[in-house]
Design a protein around this ligand. Structure first.
Ligand SMILES: Nc1ncnc2c1ncn2[C@@H]1O[C@H](COP(=O)(O)OP(=O)(O)OP(=O)(O)O)[C@@H](O)[C@H]1O
Ligand SMILES: [Mg+2]
Length: 249
């Protein structure tokens, strides 16, 4: 479970909150799509959740653990796939997985079993002995996803995970996201690909100018607002100035 409670982030001397009192509750077994235009605050929210940034105000809980008060315990519960893959180029795929497994104290049997399983799932078995420097962007994305699952985290967080993946890799990733949620994990990801969000997510949240402007089941949202698709709804809600209007009310 993930809970944002009024999470706010103001960078440096900025007079504007990049994330403005975000409150979300995402239960176990849920695939949650976090949508919003460029600069809306998605990565900021994710960086607060994963403990890379400190909230200026508010709280974030992972399975009830406050990420600011118990960062190590919270991080153990999270598998994180960042939006850019600046990886350990000198390592091979397997060395990287072992490195991640070492960080999380995964036993040698578990890392072998899970590593082999996910390399198979993401069709990376034959590349696992090669150096990451030789991987394509999509392959780096895949090995990062596998590395984030090596400790079998109950919470899986992915920032723009479909970027750079070909249709097949994207399909494999979506299947794995669904499977993990079915097994009871919480899957939280940001995306711009609205068709993906519409089909894959149990819940979506749309943010604009750091504020949550709408949340619910994709089909419910479009129905409620009388829109044809999530795309239309998204465009309407995130029109330039839409968040500002809400602020003035
Ligand atoms: N390190 C930083 N220092 C100052 N401002 C930042 C920093 N990182 C992000 N911002 C600002 O915070 C706001 C939210 O940025 P963020 O990266 O969270 O957006 P995003 O929703 O992830 O966008 P995108 O879809 O482009 O990835 C933007 O106005 C951005 O300029
Ligand atoms: Mg981002």
């Amino acid at each position: 479970m993930i809970e944002f409670q009024g999470a706010t982030k103001i960078y440096g001397k900025s007079d504007k909150a990049a994330l403005d009192h975000l409150s979300l509750k995402i239960g176990d077994g849920c695939v949650y799509g976090f949508l919003g235009p460029n600069g809306a605050g998605k990565t900021t929210a994710i960086r607060l959740l994963t403990g890379a940034l400190r909230a200026t105000e508010g709280k974030i809980l992972v399975n009830g653990i406050d990420v600011a008060l118990e960062p190590v315990a919270a991080k153990r519960l999270i598998g994180f796939v960042p939006d850019s893959q600046e990886m350990y180029d000198k390592l091979t795929g397997w060395e990287y997985l072992n490195f991640m497994a070492d960080i999380f104290g995964v036993s040698s049997e578990d890392r072998k079993r899970r590593g082999e399983k996910y390399l198979e799932v993401f069709e990376m078995t034959s590349a696992a002995g090669d150096r990451i420097a030789s991987y394509s962007r999509g392959m780096k994305q895949k090995i990062a996803s596998i590395g984030a699952l090596i400790h079998n985290p109950p919470v899986w967080v992915l920032d723009e995970p479909m970027v750079g993946l070909d249709p097949r890799a994207s399909f494999l990733l979506k299947e794995e996201m669904k499977r993990r949620a079915q097994e009871g994990a919480t899957v939280f990801f940001s995306t711009h690909v609205l068709e993906v969000a519409e089909k894959l997510c149990d819940q979506v949240g749309i943010i604009n100018h750091g504020r949550l402007v709408m949340e619910g089941r994709p089909e419910e949202l479009t129905h409620r607002q009388g829109e044809e698709s999530l795309e239309e709804l998204f465009l309407e809600l995130t029109e330039t100035g839409a968040g500002k209007k809400a602020e003035d009310q």
